[in-house]
Design a protein around this ligand. Sequence first.
Ligand SMILES: Cc1cc2nc3c(=O)[nH]c(=O)nc-3n(C[C@H](O)[C@H](O)[C@H](O)COP(=O)(O)OP(=O)(O)OC[C@H]3O[C@@H](n4cnc5c(N)ncnc54)[C@H](O)[C@@H]3O)c2cc1C
Ligand SMILES: NC(=O)c1ccc[n+]([C@@H]2O[C@H](COP(=O)([O-])OP(=O)(O)OC[C@H]3O[C@@H](n4cnc5c(N)ncnc54)[C@H](OP(=O)(O)O)[C@@H]3O)[C@@H](O)[C@H]2O)c1
Length: 435
Amino acid sequence: MKKVCVIGAGPSGITALKNILDQGLDVTCYDFNSDVGGNWIYNESKSHSSVFETTHIISSKTLSQYEDYTFDDFEKGIPDYPSHDQLRRYFQGYAAHFKLYPKIEFNTLVKSCELNADNTWEVISEKDGVQKTEHFTHLVVCNGHHWLPRFPSYPGEFTGEFLHSHDFKKAAPFKDKRVLVIGGGNSACDVSVETSRVSKKTTISWRRGYRIVPKFLFGKPSDVVASRMAFLPTRLKFFFSELTVKIFSGANKNYGLPEPEHNITGTHPTINEELLYKLRHGKVFPKGDIDHFDGKNVHFKDGSVEEFDTIIACTGYILEHPFFRKDFLNYSEGDVPLYLKMLHEKYENLFFVGMFQPLGCIWPGAELQSKIAARAIKGLWKRPENIATLCQREVTHPHLNQIKTPRHTITVDFHLFVKDLKKHLPKNYVSKSAV
Ligand SMILES: Cc1cc2nc3c(=O)[nH]c(=O)nc-3n(C[C@H](O)[C@H](O)[C@H](O)COP(=O)(O)OP(=O)(O)OC[C@H]3O[C@@H](n4cnc5c(N)ncnc54)[C@H](O)[C@@H]3O)c2cc1C
Ligand SMILES: NC(=O)c1ccc[n+]([C@@H]2O[C@H](COP(=O)([O-])OP(=O)(O)OC[C@H]3O[C@@H](n4cnc5c(N)ncnc54)[C@H](OP(=O)(O)O)[C@@H]3O)[C@@H](O)[C@H]2O)c1
């Protein structure tokens, strides 16, 4: 008798649960939160979530919806770039619509998962201090990958306040402070724009140049404009994307920023409408990489020194599965050889859903992965015999050639990934009604 365990009830976990239920399988989902939504449950206190008071998504609603439950199925009038709260309600609406709540055990932390000799998963969970051990035939991991901070380290000691963007909740506490934001990703650009509204001075430190993509091009969300070029050969597509952004914003030197040395897809895209504006309004000041700390002084590699009250490291997240023994499985560093970013070459009853970083939105891809996983568990989809080769191929033939930094181990091109996944599904894969 098949019995499935899903870890996490965020955007990926709920679609895994829904699609497993669609196949008539016995499934239980665990989440240590008290409701559905994962990263999108904003909380002023320390929590799993990394969103802050003013977060709006960077992938537009057109390309950020489940096919089984679109924004229109949920609520009319959702804007192009919904807020974290609108998304939380959307995910909770999905769970209610598909009657998922009775299958989710909230306030339950999955502490360990061990594969037994009989190929079943022994899952130890904890709720209200009480531990429970259960056995499952299949394990679907949806614990998210933007919750464990990756901190930078520099010589010397900084004696001011030092935090990671995971713990940045709102700008108000930084009123009248001298703030240094580290990083050139979406967190760094969003956070520096927010602190600049109240701080005495906000400075942003980039260790390399990035191309900042505006949220709108020609009056349309940028990802919608980019998707109209999806049919072009990859090189041409990226050439036009790069050119369009350059025409819109001009060269980085106009803003005191270094030029990128990689092409537009060489790093995860930074999408921001306000940073360049703030730089030219003297609200955010650009700086290069940091050399070392000395008390409240920060010494930059260009030889300049500046004093700060607060440093906010927006330096990304570590991919972590604390419920697996490190010698069993560890993707926190290096390559992630999983076929379709989901299937392990050896463990046939293990699935990862949502563990990829698209140039675009995560949950539409997670929805398609879930449908394949559910069909595989049901016995309607067969793993390829050369899966070991295919897993390695994901590492040796990525969709995009990106710079080798820790954040780029699980990147996919949204459109190519969706296309790859759909090849494994029947034509009628959309299923809008609850079972
Ligand atoms: C500020 C910010 C903005 C973002 N904006 C976008 C965007 O615009 N578009 C986009 O596609 N992505 C965005 N992301 C990426 C984000 O990871 C995804 O949007 C999305 O949350 C991924 O869903 P998930 O279900 O995989 O993970 P999560 O949302 O992180 O959910 C994981 C769930 O698993 C639960 N869990 C974890 N470990 C355990 C355990 N051991 N036991 C029980 N439960 C557990 C957690 O409580 C949580 O509910 C953003 C991320 C950040 C930080
Ligand atoms: N509004 C939104 O929707 C929104 C807001 C925030 C985040 N997000 C999403 O959340 C995810 C995480 O984004 P993120 O910006 O937090 O992290 P990220 O994408 O991993 O970016 C981290 C940044 O920090 C830099 N960095 C890392 N280590 C460093 C070090 N030691 N010294 C100096 N710089 C260092 C990286 O440089 P390299 O380029 O060299 O790697 C990169 O610029 C992404 O998917 C992002 O799209 C979305």
